[in-house]
Design a binder for this molecule. Sequence first.
Ligand code: NAD
Length: 262
Amino acid sequence: MVSAVSSKVALVTGAAQGIGLAAATRFLADGWSVAMLDIKAETLDGAVRALNQPDRLLALPLDVSRPDHADQAIAAVRARFGRLDALVNNAGIAHFGPLMETPLEAWNEIMAVNLTGPFIMTKAAVPLMRETGGAIVNITSISSLRASTLRVAYGTSKAGLGHLTKQMAVELASYGIRVNAVAPGPVDTAMAKKVHSPEIRADYHDTIPLNRYGLPEELADAIVYLCGPGASYITGQTLAVDGGFEATGIGLPTLRRDQKNG
Ligand SMILES: NC(=O)c1ccc[n+]([C@@H]2O[C@H](COP(=O)([O-])OP(=O)(O)OC[C@H]3O[C@@H](n4cnc5c(N)ncnc54)[C@H](O)[C@@H]3O)[C@@H](O)[C@H]2O)c1
């Protein structure tokens, strides 16, 4: 039995499902207490009940794009656990569409959640986090590292978050806070199901050396690693967890077809 008072505390945003839920589950398994924040109150409630760890879980049905909600979240973490060792800025939304068919409203909404959200959450969290030192992990995307079709707003928001990661790492190091990013390749979550058509799925298989989608648990492993003692000298980095997508150039499908890829 892990004592909620002695264990480290993580706050994971977008934790009701997908990669965020996998990260929360992994933190719990490693003995952490976890504050799970998500805008979808009902889904969050179901996830927290299923995890069945009332002593080490706190549900925060809040919106990362609202500064008042961020302050409320941190106040609740302080009141319940008294410390914050890790912040995972994972909440995100996607809109895929060509540049000329991307409405300003969609652009603004994506920036508000994917880029401004981590800025707001981090500013709210740092005063509590600096009391113990800790780690922040921002979830970007392979779409932050390479421009892909249809991701003008999404990819740009995630590239911005990649730079914000470096900016935060430089400024927060003196508080004992490390800041890194995890850039997932395609992962079969509700988000991917919404925006990945069969054609996009086939294209991903073509361009990923490991030739498959990632699992939420594989992302959780990287996130929790970057928050732990094994990563104590790593800050300002982006770790692509992408089956090799970022490493490859042209010719992969040809190599596979001709069975020349090893
Ligand atoms: N699934 C993929 O293929 C993929 C690839 C690259 C990056 N990512 C990134 O990983 C992160 C998690 O994605 P996922 O695939 O698990 O998606 P998901 O849609 O399954 O989960 C995202 C969660 O964020 C929550 N959320 C959305 N807006 C919010 C807000 N304003 N405040 C609080 N919570 C909010 C949603 O309610 C949802 O529970 C996202 O940042 C996403 O951009 C995902």
